[in-house]
Design a protein around this ligand. Structure first.
Ligand code: PLP
Ligand code: COI
Length: 357
């Protein structure tokens, strides 16, 4: 007996599956999508899996005017034995509920969220590509949907999941990316929404991201919003540095997204005896480590990007090539360990994967 009844009204026309060499990121969508509604009176209801397509939104809908929107990102992976599995989906569900709490959107009971996610992945399972490095990216999202211009916590909301077969997030793939340390715009401040995965954080990031791209960089590395002194995170990834024998990643002070890949990297590294510090890391300390050569490796980590080596950092026009612009040993080891578990090539000794039966 499930927590919510799901109606299936599936697409009768199946689209042709894409060429696995030309997937890119988030441009191709599967045949169907999941959708359910929330109202204060009825709670979550009307759960359905329907053909992927446009949805009607009232012109006064809260999301269009006041940005009440949160999302998640996780992947389904095709294992070597043909089965499909998810990586730590409960972490995404918990983070989504934390984001919902911050944005005054309704939370979804964990067992209900897991049930609808698994039901949707099961429906679209055949879209999970099998080529190395590819996966089915799942994008759960929720938005406030009151048909009124008053500003208040939402009374009506919509939750959806869409799915997209993807290749690598960066055109560089596993090759090192160039990152610009942003010293003008800020992404988030403590007390704001930095720890929540809400659309507004990304809208506010675009201007700096554009500037970085125009200068040949893939993304920006944000500094804290108050002093512009401490390293926070990259546009769509958390960040880690190997400085001497210490692996340093910024502490979760409230303005950084608590990444599931970040958490997994820390758990892998600690289980292997590495010294990992979650602490404040000032840009001055990083600059010093660049100058004296103790910055041995830098990498970003996130669901879309997996583990992505940083080959160059630029701060106020000063460039630093990290590890000769090549992927470092710890970065490569983390990439191999995580992708090994995700694609079912190595034993999941942590118990992180959830198989779709
Ligand atoms: N930081 C930001 C701003 C992100 O968008 C993401 C991507 O989800 C991450 C960090 C990494 O989080 P996760 O590892 O949970 O995907
Ligand atoms: C993810 O890694 O899932 C992300 O959310 C990054 C994204 C904003 C594309």
């Amino acid at each position: 007996m499930g927590t919510i009844e799901i109606k299936y009204d599936l697409n009768k026309e199946k689209k042709a599956k894409p060429n696995p060499d030309e997937l890119g990121f988030g441009k191709i969508f599967t045949d169907n999508m999941f959708i359910m509604d929330y109202s204060k009176e009825q709670g979550w209801h009307n759960a359905r899996i329907v053909p992927f397509g446009y949805i009607p939104v009232h012109p006064a809908s809260t999301v269009l005017h006041y940005g009440s929107e949160i999302f998640e990102g996780l992947k389904a992976y095709r294992r070597a034995d043909g089965k499909v599995q998810l990586f730590r989906p409960i972490e995404n569900i918990r983070r989504m509920n934390n984001s919902a709490e911050r944005l005054c959107l309704p939370q979804i009971p964990e067992d209900m969220a897991m049930e609808v996610l698994l039901a949707f992945v099961k429906t679209e399972e055949e879209w999970t590509p099998s080529k190395e490095g590819t996966s089915l990216y799942l994008r759960p999202f929720m938005f406030g949907n009151d048909e009124s211009l008053g500003v208040h916590a939402v009374h009506n909301a919509t939750f959806m999941i869409i799915a997209s077969p993807v290749g690598s997030y960066y055109k560089e793939g596993i090759n090192p990316v160039r990152i610009m340390i942003e010293d003008q715009d800020v992404r988030a401040v403590r007390g704001g929404t930095g720890y929540a995965k809400c659309g507004g954080n990304y809208a506010a990031s675009n201007r700096a991201g554009e500037r970085a791209e125009q200068n040949g960089y893939s993304q920006v590395l944000w500094l804290d919003g108050v002093e512009r002194k401490y390293i926070e995170e990259v546009g769509a990834m958390n960040v880690m540095f190997k400085i001497g024998n210490e692996i340093v990643t910024p502490a979760l002070t409230g303005s950084i997204l608590p990444g599931i890949t970040r958490k997994s990297c820390i758990e892998v590294l600690k289980s292997e005896g590495y010294t990992v510090s979650e602490r404040l890391l000032s840009v001055d300390e990083l600059e010093k480590a660049m100058d004296d050569g103790t910055l041995e490796e830098a990498w970003g980590c996130g669901t879309a990007a997996v583990v992505s080596p940083i080959g160059e950092l630029c701060y106020k026009g000063k460039k630093c090539i990290v590890n000769g612009g090549k992927i470092g040993a710890v970065t490569q080891h983390l990439y191999d360990t995580l992708t090994g578990i995700q694609w079912g090539k190595t034993d999941d000794t942590f118990g992180w994967t959830v198989q779709i039966d």
